[in-house]
Design a protein around this ligand. Structure first.
Ligand SMILES: [Zn+2]
Length: 1013
């Protein structure tokens, strides 16, 4: 670091070791530092100053973890220092940037949150990446599991290490972590998709970071560990690191390092679990053949077989419990067969047979045995996985024997995970004795078990006496998770809604880590359909409410809208849909991620166009995926439940009514315009009053023959928001409201002269803002249905997306700098007291504002051709820096071939003002794709028939794509207009379905026509 004379400082950092570029990061901010070290390596943890007291709780074990990893891998921590920085607004839990991990501040627990969990997993995961991911890096994302599986598996190994430090064996801790990974992977496989662990078929790299990569990845390593044994495992790890340090690896490299280190053939393990998909789904039965003294164990593999998933061969242990309940272990080799019968010698009939008691195989298990045998298995001195299998089987079987054994486990098992699963099992059995057993666990010392018990109470909503203990827990338990669990269960007491609503409403005000308690309470209130919940959910969902709870509040809104039966409350449903649609471009990354889920939960197909628009405008794949999934779900719902003809009739009637009103308003507007300047000045009369905190009013007087003068809103220094009053004084009509008299369909229109007051009045407010900022607007009208419509217009009057539905609020990330106009229209003659307009401007450091020309362009009428335009960052083709062309005769670069084509663009007249140019944009390289239908534009990687794509370099607002016999000129309009004119000369080979030439309009921000497809 060097201090410079001008007061600035320059920091230098030299990274001595080779590493991959995606691991480079710089974190800048005001932090408080927690310093530690391990064998001379500085370990610094940076947290926001306000959270300094939480740093030791989160990061206190880092040095111990570094010691563990260095010893276990035989390779001391490889870099000069290690740091962790907890930052706000981080979209992931952690990122293993080289020697400088970045993490979310959400890992900084307060003292009470420490009852519910620790940061150990995150700390160890990211630290383990310094070896597995940074020192040795997967060669491509196809092999991402080499990074993530290893880091996830080391979370489990570290838990085992910690338990061993405490004098325990640590096997429970290891098994529990693996159990959680197994549950997570099996859920993704069943509910979402199945893929091979290694695959290069992915839409975008981020989609590789799923439960397959993390959880199945960890399991493959665990199976490898079991296969080669403890010593072989660590020898393999060391060989792998020694061979590939500071290099890149594929899955084959891991396989051969372990094979060479141990001599064990790993072909079957890798072929079945890494290169192919799925897992063995095992069904079992056993009987005892007394005459021969043999146990026959029938093993069937029932997984559906296809090109990706086959039959599995694997070694496995089987335990036979003798007369005293003592297990004896046999190791058997299973072949890749649909059914295999094993015969195991046994002098007397065993009490039961246990398959894979140690949980060494990734599988699903369906063992057909009576409850009594599962109870034997549960009570035998077997490892935790065998006991978890028994607990889950007993949950399915039920009965007195099961309840007794589960109750005993809940009360007395040494390990919290087993107690927790026992509590869930008792809730699932759902009988009076099961409840009595479950209640015994309510005082468990471990908050996680108490939370499971309280969650279990939700399965008994007919038991009124549970309400009191649930409310006591909601208001008195030390653990936030236990309180949240109590709230969730209270939400199940439908028949006692009156009784449980007040404590849940109170819980909305509780302060808790990451808003855990209010989040659970608002969802519970929504489940109950409590009418008081709607305004609360709207409030908690709003931009500015605590971020961790906003997505839950949105989900609550969707659930609430579903209450009240079919068509019971269309208005509420519509309000919720529009509110949620507005949040599709919320400034908060995590909120945007969750909105589609809430829209899918709402199940209103009317949200499909908004989701489609949002999907088209979204460039980040992690945001595209939830949008795609919500669209798929809504489309499936629509296909499954086509609207009834009665509902369609009702919808048609509504549309007809809306149409009548709109025609009426249109006629009024036309007449007012036809009446000339006098009437227009009447329309403009009445000043917009500006007042309130920090709003400086500009001229509010309207001349007799000019348009209403917009009011400039100025936000004072140091503030981000301003409030102004919106008044429509003197516009109550003295009669002649057409629709109020006359026969229907024969509307009598008063003459303009007889109608001095307008039925439509508008106010304009102007706010200057910068590209990349976020603007939030809210118009509070003192009366309901005030007939107000709010729109936010971009510089140049393009539309921002706010107000398209007539909503009175919204927020948007601004795509360009300039004057934004807030347009407020009042229709109808009813008088209205002054309304308040609140505006807020915030910086949005995590968002890149859309470039003036990027987005999807549609042909406004007729054919369905569309053009998707993206900027290719960092790409200027050879020679691109030259050629300072005059805007009228732009030079063109042919991006794909690098050939230079210096030609005048044909058809330079007409089109959208090339002369205006896009100053400062010269040289931007654009990728475009043209499609015959919007469906083909789902992803640039999936170009369908009738599509074509290419790149152009923009000069003065125009780009030329050229190849043999074809020239395509893309001419963008003035920024903000969203216009694009395309000239096509020759055949560009786009297929008959697309005629590329013509005028286009962009649907994204600042240009969207209200009726964009
Ligand atoms: Zn990771």
């Amino acid at each position: 670091m060097t201090d410079r004379p001008d007061g600035r400082r320059t920091f230098h950092w030299r990274m001595e070791q080779p590493h991959s570029t995606y691991l480079v990061s710089v974190v800048i901010g005001e932090f408080s530092r927690l310093h530690d070290s391990w064998q001379g390596v500085p370990i610094d943890s940076y947290v926001p100053r306000a959270l300094a007291d939480r740093a030791p709780r989160a990061y206190g074990r880092t040095a111990d973890a570094m010691d563990f990893l260095s010893r276990a891998t035989g390779r001391p921590y490889p870099y000069a220092k290690y740091s962790q920085a907890a930052v706000y607004g981080f979209m992931w839990e952690g990122m293993e940037n080289i020697s400088a991990t970045t993490e979310t501040v959400d890992t900084l627990r307060d003292a009470r949150a420490a009852l519910d969990g620790t940061s150990d997993d995150l700390v160890v995961h990211e630290l383990a990446h310094q070896w597995f991911g940074d020192l040795v890096t997967c060669r491509s994302w196809a092999h991402a599991w080499l990074n993530e599986g290893m880091a996830t598996y080391f979370e489990a190994l570290y838990q085992q290490h910690l338990a061993r430090q405490g004098g325990a064996a640590g096997d429970d801790e290891l098994a529990w972590k693996l159990d959680q990974s197994r549950v997570s992977y099996l859920r993704e496989d069943r509910e979402r998709y199945r893929r091979p662990l290694v695959t290069s078929r992915y839409v975008s790299p981020i989609r590789m970071f799923d439960a397959h990569t993390y959880d199945k990845g960890a399991w493959v390593l665990h199976m490898l560990h079991e296969l080669v044994g403890e010593e072989g495992w660590w020898r393999g790890v060391r060989t792998y690191l020694a061979r590939h340090a500071f290099g890149t690896v594929t899955s084959r490299d891991l396989e051969s390092a372990f094979e060479d280190a141990t001599g064990v053939d790993l072909g079957a393990l890798f072929d079945q679990f890494v290169y192919r998909a799925g897992y063995p789904e095992i069904k079992l039965r056993w009987d005892f053949q007394a005459a021969t003294g043999l146990v026959r164990l029938e093993v069937r593999q029932t997984q559906p077989l296809d090109g990706a998933t086959g039959l599995f061969s694997f070694p496995v242990e089987v335990a036979l419990l003798d007369g005293r309940g003592t297990p004896s272990l046999r190791r058997v080799a299973m072949a890749a067969l649909p059914q295999q019968d094993l015969y195991l010698p046994c002098p007397v009939r065993p009490r039961t047979v246990v398959f894979d008691p140690g949980g060494a195989l990734l599988k699903s298990l369906d063992f057909d045995k009576p409850a009594a045998e599962w109870v034997e298995q549960l009570r035998a001195p077997l490892p935790l996985p065998a006991q978890l299998d028994a607990l889950r089987a007993l949950a399915e079987l039920g009965g007195d024997e099961a309840v007794a054994a589960l109750g005993e486990t809940l009360l007395h098992h040494r390990f919290f995970g087993a107690r927790l699963v026992a509590a869930a099992a008792l809730a699932r059995i759902d009988t009076e004795p099961a409840l009595q057993a479950l209640r015994q666990g309510a005082g468990d010392a471990d908050a996680r078990v108490r939370a499971a018990v309280l969650t279990g109470f939700g399965a008994f909503p007919e038991q009124r006496e549970l309400i009191a203990p649930l409310v006591r827990a909601l208001e008195g338990d030390a653990s936030y998770q236990a309180r949240a669990a109590a709230a969730g269960s209270l939400g199940q007491f439908q028949d006692r809604r009156q009784e449980v609503t007040p404590p849940l409403l109170r819980a909305l005000a509780q302060s808790s880590f990451l808003e855990a308690v209010p989040r659970a309470a608002i969802k519970a209130l929504a489940e109950l359909g409590a009418p008081e919940a709607l305004p609360q959910a709207l409030r908690l969902a709003r931009y500015g409410s605590p971020q961790p709870g906003r997505a839950d509040a949105m989900l609550a809104l969707a659930i609430l809208a579903g209450h009240g039966g079919h068509g019971g409350d269309d208005a509420r449903r519509r309000t919720v849909r529009r509110t949620l649609e507005d949040y599709l471009d919320d400034p908060d990354f995590e909120v945007r991620l969750k909105v589609p889920e809430a829209l899918a939960e709402l199940g209103d197909p009317a949200a499909i166009p908004a989701l489609r628009r949002s999907l088209r405008a979204e460039v980040q794949d992690e945001q595209r995926r939830p949008r795609e999934e919500a669209l798929r779900e809504l489309q499936q719902q629509t296909a499954a439940n086509p609207p009834s003809s009665q509902a369609q009739d009702e919808r048609l009637r509504q549309l007809q009514r809306t149409n009548e009103v709109l025609e009426e308003q249109l006629r009024e507007l036309r007449e007012e315009r036809a009446a000339g300047p006098a009437a227009a000045s009447t329309l403009a009369s009445g000043s917009a009053h500006s007042s309130g905190s920090g709003a400086a009013a500009a001229s509010t007087t309207d001349g007799p023959d000019q348009a209403p003068v917009p009011v400039h809103i100025q936000i004072p220094p140091g503030r981000s928001a301003a409030t102004v009053e919106v008044a429509f004084p003197g516009d109550s009509r003295s009669g002649g409201q057409a629709s109020s008299s006359g026969a229907p369909g024969q509307v009598r229109r008063p003459l303009p002269a007889a109608a001095p007051a307008p039925t439509v009045a508008e106010r304009r407010f102007v706010l200057t803002a910068r590209s990349g900022q976020t603007m939030r607007i809210e118009l509070h009208a003192p009366i309901e249905n005030p007939g107000l419509v709010l729109s936010l217009l971009c510089p140049g009057d393009g539309h921002t997306g706010i107000g398209r539905h007539g909503a009175l609020q919204g927020s948007v990330a601004l795509p360009e700098s300039g004057d934004y106009t807030i347009l407020i229209r009042k229709t109808g003659s009813a008088p209205m007291p002054p309304a308040t307009l609140q505006v807020e401007l915030a910086g949005a450091p995590n968002r890149i504002a859309a470039r003036p020309y990027t987005g999807t362009y549609f042909r406004p009428g007729g054919s369905r051709a569309s053009i998707d335009v993206r900027e290719m960052l960092g790409g200027t083709p050879a020679g691109g820096a030259g050629g300072a062309a005059a805007p009228a005769t732009p030079e063109a670069m042919v991006g794909q071939t690098g050939r230079e084509a210096s030609k005048a663009v044909p058809g330079a007249t007409g089109g959208a003002g090339a002369a205006a140019g896009t100053a400062g944009e010269a040289g931007a390289r654009l990728a475009f794709s043209i499609a015959a239908s919007e469906g083909a534009l789902v992803s640039p990687d999936s170009l369908g028939p009738g599509t074509a794509h290419g790149t152009v370099t923009l000069r003065g607002g125009a780009g030329v794509y050229e190849r043999a016999g074809c020239r395509l000129t893309l001419r963008f309009g003035r920024p903000g207009t969203g216009e694009l004119h395309v000239d096509q000369a020759g055949d560009c080979g786009f297929g008959n379905a697309v005629t590329a030439g013509g005028d286009y309009r962009r649907t994204s921000l600042c240009a969207a026509p209200a009726d964009a497809p």
